[in-house]
Design a protein around this ligand. Structure first.
Ligand SMILES: O=C(O)CCC(=O)C(=O)O
Ligand SMILES: [Fe+2]
Length: 248
């Protein structure tokens, strides 16, 4: 409720995913599926499509300094049966799930698979939603910056793990919360918090974004003031129509 980051240590102890979702499991069961990976350079994201099995082999053998990442793989279309392998706690359930299927944004059930040194640039999650992220295997390091620190972050251009203080001098004033996330731990990212993440080892994690009573005012305000070409007006209207709590 106070909109601060949290690590939850013990709510995925009984998830089948925690023991079952190994690299070998994905390779043997879903190795032929096509996935899109991304290699981040300073300014661009280079995408590449390959088979999941090939990517798992790559992840387990690469020594690249800047390796490719399988980010936000929306897996329910490819492997719906593994949705049974975990339980999202009640407090992370999203009101967006109430939307009709045709217009529901794909805001949960994403997998992130990557070798050490992959990660996500500094960003705020879309629509001002909050998120949960469950590490199945591996270790992540997170840097969190509160919304008040936005003025030091140069719209997220700065690389917080290796900042260029000549180009981004105000960044020296930003004050992060730092968190190491181990297997079996879930991180809560509150609405509007900037964050940058690096996988310190090979890592498999599962994530979802949500709107509920903790952040609906922020999401609503964002929808009212922001034009988002990737989310049509119709979708924005539908969200307001179907989720009346967003209209108070
Ligand atoms: O695990 C990661 O690479 C970052 C996850 C994240 O921040 C996101 O999906 O928005
Ligand atoms: Fe994020």
């Amino acid at each position: 409720m106070p909109n601060k980051p949290v690590v939850i240590l013990d709510i995925m102890d009984n998830w089948k995913a925690k023991t079952c979702w190994t690299p070998e499991f994905f390779k043997s069961k879903y190795g032929d599926i096509h996935v899109t990976t991304v290699k981040q350079t300073e300014t661009t994201d280079e995408q590449c499509t390959m088979r999941l099995g090939e990517y798992i082999d790559y992840m387990q053998s690469t020594k690249e300094e800047n390796p490719s990442y399988l980010r936000t793989w929306y897996f329910p279309n490819d492997c719906p049966e593994i949705l049974e392998d975990y339980n999202i706690p009640e407090y992370f359930k999203s009101w967006l799930e109430q939307l009709p299927h045709e217009i529901r944004p794909q805001f949960s059930s994403w997998l992130f698979i990557g070798p050490a040194n992959t990660g996500s640039r500094m960003h705020v999650d879309g629509f001002m939603t909050s998120a949960w992220n469950a590490v199945i295997s591996g270790r992540k390091c997170w840097l969190f910056y509160p919304p008040e620190d936005e003025c030091y972050l140069y719209t997220g251009e700065v690389d917080a793990f290796n900042p260029d203080l000549t180009k981004y001098p105000l960044f020296a004033q930003a004050r992060p919360l730092i968190c190491i996330q181990n297997p079996g731990e879930i991180i809560f990212t509150p609405s509007g918090w900037w964050h940058q993440v690096i996988n310190e080892t090979n890592c498999i994690s599962l994530t979802g974004n949500f709107v509920n009573e903790t952040n609906c005012k922020m999401v609503r305000n964002y929808l009212d003031v922001t034009e988002r070409p990737e989310y049509s007006d119709t979708l924005q209207q539908a969200i307001k129509q179907y989720i009346p709590q967003l209209c108070v």
